[in-house]
Design a binder for this molecule. Structure first.
Ligand code: SAM
Length: 289
């Protein structure tokens, strides 16, 4: 296994709140599964019916909006790790005083953008999500102000981002645990859409669920929608990315891969004495000029 770095990190979401901070390792190879885990994954052949799948796609926005009705701003923790993992957020300006323009696509309630706004005074953030409730939470945050931030509602697979963001205007797009929520057949549409507002040479910073993440292995029978694609009890869906799948997807819509590796974390739930292996995929793609 090609181990590259090993560093301390903190928990990311309420889902893992009982979990203590843990080490993370970056690797270019997929996580090894035990024979029992492999058998369990391959034995799950029955897919959710086509009718139900169409309903889930039709109701995707509603299901995420209900998620925020239930959880308000309390589910995901603020993502304070973004500047550590993605130094482009600090360093991709041509000159020091340049304002960095960022688009956080699928921003939720702003757990990614508010730590950045707090940290860096010289940044302008566009933030969009298809849940109207999530966008309202962003606008109500005390750190939100129109001089530094513009939040709007938008389905990345349907609504033209150019209605809210000027063409070729953005230096950095962040896609943080968002593409996994999009149906694999529509991922390209979302990427083409963000590609229109990104400057040539601009960068997409990506972090999302990786293949064989603990959450993927935990799905019960009857949750599988397709290869590496599952539905949660609340109707929200999650795709688990291999680096090959992701690289191909981005390359086909005009991006070049500059980093693409798995992040492995053993998270320890001290209360239950459980150690669970999380796998994320962390990547960077540049828009070809
Ligand atoms: C797991 S949350 C991540 C939120 C945020 N990026 C963060 O780091 O906390 C996924 C978000 O993607 C949004 N989303 C899912 N599909 C979308 C789509 N087609 N267009 C826009 N937003 C979408 C959901 O509403 C949800 O807020």
């Amino acid at each position: 296994m090609a181990l590259q770095t090993n560093e301390k990190c903190t928990v990311e979401s309420k889902e893992e709140e009982e979990v203590q901070s843990c080490d993370q390792t970056k690797t270019s190879t997929v996580r090894d599964l035990s024979q029992e885990e492999l058998d369990r994954l391959s034995s799950e052949r029955t897919l959710v019916s086509e009718f139900k799948q169409m309903k889930l796609e039709k109701e995707a926005q509603k299901n995420w909006d209900l998620f925020y009705k239930r959880n308000t701003t309390n589910f995901f923790k603020d993502r304070h790790w973004t500047t550590r993992e993605f130094d482009e957020l600090r360093a991709c300006r041509e000159f020091e005083s340049q304002k960095l323009v960022l688009l956080e696509a699928g921003c939720g309630v702003g757990n990614c953008i508010f730590p950045l706004l707090e940290d860096d005074l010289n940044i302008f953030v566009y933030a969009c999500d298809f849940s109207p409730r999530a966008v309202e939470f962003v606008k109500k945050n005390p750190l939100y102000c129109p001089e530094r931030c513009c939040a709007f509602q938008c389905d990345l697979t349907k609504d033209d981002l150019l209605e809210n963001v000027p063409e070729n205007n953005v230096d950095v797009v962040t896609l943080i645990f968002v593409l996994s929520a999009v149906h694999p057949d529509k991922m390209k549409l979302a990427l083409e859409n963000v590609g229109k507002v990104l400057k040539p040479g601009g960068i997409i910073l990506f972090r999302d669920y990786g293949l064989y993440d603990h959450a993927m292995l935990r799905f019960k029978a009857g949750s599988k929608l397709g290869e590496n694609f599952y539905v949660r009890q609340d109707g929200t869906r999650s795709y688990f990315f291999s680096k090959e799948f992701l690289a191909k997807l981005f390359e086909e819509v005009g991006f070049e891969s500059v980093a693409n590796e798995y992040v492995l974390r053993e998270t320890v739930n001290k209360k239950e004495g459980l150690c669970v292996p999380r796998v994320f995929l962390q990547s960077k793609f540049v828009k070809r000029s």
